[in-house]
Write a protein that binds this ligand. Sequence first.
Ligand code: SF4
Length: 323
Amino acid sequence: MTCAGDTALLSVRDLRTSYRLQGAPRRTLEAVHGASFDIHAGGIVGLVGESGSGKTSLAHALLGLQRQCSGQALFDGEDLLRMKASSLRAVRRDVQAIFQDPLASLSPRRSILQSLLEPLDHFRIGPCEQRPNRAREALEAVELDPNLATRYPHEISGGQRQRVALARAMVTKPRLIIADEPVSSLDIPMQARMIGLFRRLRDRTGVAILFISHDLSVVRRLADSVLVMYLGHILETGPARQVFEQPAHPYTQSLLKAVPAADPAHASPEILAGETPSPLTPPPGCVFHTRCKEALPDCRRIEPAIQEAGAPEHCTSCHLWNP
Ligand code: SF4
């Protein structure tokens, strides 16, 4: 059973990615284990989990940056996992990316205008003479002064650089943005501004967003639906309000208890005990059983199937929800 629906802009089924370990030709590390989910046009899907949970590997598989994959990731009916490199380059007009470090997409040697022109030139979008105007409009769309176009990345603040990276991703008018920890390096006020900006861009343009973050409080403020990932497995999915207000999986419950309360007079955060097991030797059965306070004997040997968790489209992978 999968909780993912039938029609979507991006439809991912049983996606697995693995890495061959250097010096050990027969050993592989499975970074993503059978991920299935949908992203609909104009939807914001939050992907949360601790560091090392496989979030970035999943993003890299969808972006064609990690090719050792199986399963399916249909974007407009085309499987991103099986596209030739030339087709993947072409689809990047519609599927753009933004990363934690804006310098991953902005060259320090290029002015902001030059960085914004590059995708327009590459995809030959609009007449040449109109492209500089389009680049300045992209800066305005991310609420920056278009006069910044003549500056270089080192001449603007970190928050401005991240908005320029977002402008560069938006300048081709993509249908999907994969945003990997895009606000993690920003201070709290700047995070709040970026979250508002992502939402306004989605409302104005209808772009869908896969928003990846280790920070649940960030995802809570932005996402329509949520995927919770642990050790390469998606353990819970559902509408954001449902997942945050009635989390079904013990891991999600632990993550939420670890978020500091806005009011310090309230209960102090409870840190999830224990270390995440090595992905090289994942536990048998439920991958969370070594840290789960509610583990049952079966949890150590039987992997739970994903199933509905008391509400439509809210699903979890936990034996506690077995009928
Ligand atoms: Fe805990 Fe068992 Fe549920 Fe895993 S399947 S989360 S170990 S109760």
